[in-house]
Design a protein around this ligand. Structure first.
Ligand SMILES: Nc1ncnc2c1ncn2[C@@H]1O[C@H](COP(=O)(O)OP(=O)(O)OP(=O)(O)O)[C@@H](O)[C@H]1O
Length: 232
């Protein structure tokens, strides 16, 4: 098993605010990992650093052994917490754009998923509900054959039935050697698909455990453990 992500004393500051404080973390490839923590704990900051939307203040961040750059962008697929789709474009136009932009984009897979979600490729983004826009965005990301998927709150805006479909879509559409890092508050909804969890609070890693160990050794669900660790 190889390491897809490594943080060595990773620190990120925004002015005087330390959003990530000397984080050490190693993630193996082939896992679905939940990045879980209360509001403001640093989850989005980590995902943005991986995607080079922010730069490291101190320490090191390595993706497949490389610092974030052009080469890592080609192997990382990112779903940001906010929609970035151009509201005036039709879905098929965005598919064209993704096909041109990403060598690893599998258009057939995207069209298939859209069809299952009853989303017409002729639909214009601005005519879709918030939940449907989020579904389109997730389909685009999961249709890349990336090595690392970073999903920031992928199911926050969709109804429970769609949540299940989306989680199954995530499970069924990624290569088993790829890694998925999911940041979410909806722990009970996602815990069944997770192999490992990383708990983060105040910019520090509080726990990195396998979900099987939490269930069998601690005899708890991830949701129960999260509430225990982060009780207010
Ligand atoms: N651009 C910024 N300038 C200053 N502080 C920031 C900035 N972005 C984030 N922060 C601060 O850094 C900390 C970590 O923020 P981050 O968005 O990474 O948390 P999060 O865990 O993703 O939160 P949430 O679950 O609410 O989305 C917070 O205290 C936040 O206020």
């Amino acid at each position: 098993m190889s390491t897809i992500l490594e943080c060595r004393n990773l620190t990120k500051t925004y002015g005087a605010k330390k959003a990530l404080d000397h984080i050490n973390l190693k993630l193996d490839s082939g896992k679905i990992i939940g990045l879980l923590g209360p509001n403001g704990s640093g989850k989005t900051t980590i995902l943005k650093l991986i995607n080079r939307l922010l730069t490291v203040s101190d320490g090191q961040l390595l993706i497949d052994g490389m610092e974030p750059g052009v080469k890592t962008k080609a192997i990382v697929a990112y779903l940001p917490e906010r929609t970035y789709l151009n509201p005036n474009m039709k879905i098929y136009e965005i598919l064209n754009y993704f096909s041109d932009f990403y060598e690893d984009f599998d258009r057939g897979r995207a069209e298939n998923m859209l069809q299952k979600l009853n989303l017409s490729t002729q639909a214009r983004i601005k005519t879709l509900s918030k939940g449907s826009r989020e579904k389109v965005q997730l389909v685009l990301v999961m249709s890349r054959r990336a090595k690392l998927y970073c999903l920031d709150e992928p199911i926050a805006g969709v109804d429970p039935a769609a949540r299940e479909y989306i989680l199954n879509t995530i499970l069924n559409n990624y290569d088993e050697n790829a890694t998925i890092l999911i940041s979410t508050h909806l722990i009970a909804d996602v815990e069944n698909i997770l192999d490992e969890v990383v708990f983060i609070k105040d910019g520090k890693i509080r726990m990195h455990e396998s979900v099987d160990d939490i269930r069998f050794l601690k005899q708890k669900s991830v949701d129960e453990l999260f509430r225990e660790v982060f009780q207010c």
